[in-house]
Write a protein that binds this ligand. Sequence first.
Ligand code: HEM
Length: 185
Amino acid sequence: MTGASFQYRLPARLLHWGMALLVLATIPAGFVMIQDGIGRPLQNALFLFHKNVGVLLLLLVLIRAAYRLRHPPAPLPANIPGWQRMAASLSHVALYALLILMPIAGYIRVKAGGFPIESLDALGLPPLVPRSDPLAETAKTLHYYGGIAIAALLAVHIGAAAQHGLLRRDGVFSRMWPPFGARTR
Ligand code: HEM
């Protein structure tokens, strides 16, 4: 089985791989930018990147979720065991939830803390939350644990994808690969 007839549509694949690149850059940027001793210029550049790409990711995940609701993926190949289907569904729901939660928590942490988000400020969007240190601290804690959770979940997700693509070669990986190319369903 090639899996080609089970492939995700082109917009879903473009969104998946585009977001994958951005998320895989945003997470390490988030962990590195809060370290002491990396130097102010690098820290500022990473904060600028992280906050603004994070906001873009919220927009992209909302578009992606809406697209997925209108275009549900084809069923997995019949030989995939039930527990793996369940694990895949649960982890995908958790990834969507975290990709929505993380930018919102980040936004609240920054705006309640009284700091800028350059892209939104340039668009003239007023702060949607009040200036409040306790609120900023709560959002910071949520963002921190969410960051650990999404990094762990992505490690499992990438491990499972590699297992399907490299070891089992059962057509599951090629549902989402290549990022662009002819749509087959
Ligand atoms: C999918 C989107 C995002 C992901 C995956 C993500 C991930 C992370 C991670 C892993 C960290 C390091 C752990 C921590 O100290 O919290 C971090 C830190 C941080 N992020 Fe995000 N983030 C996202 C979006 C955003 C957005 C949209 C903003 C603000 C507009 C933001 C602002 C921050 C800030 C300010 C920190 C440093 C936390 C502190 O104050 O110590 N993040 N992020």
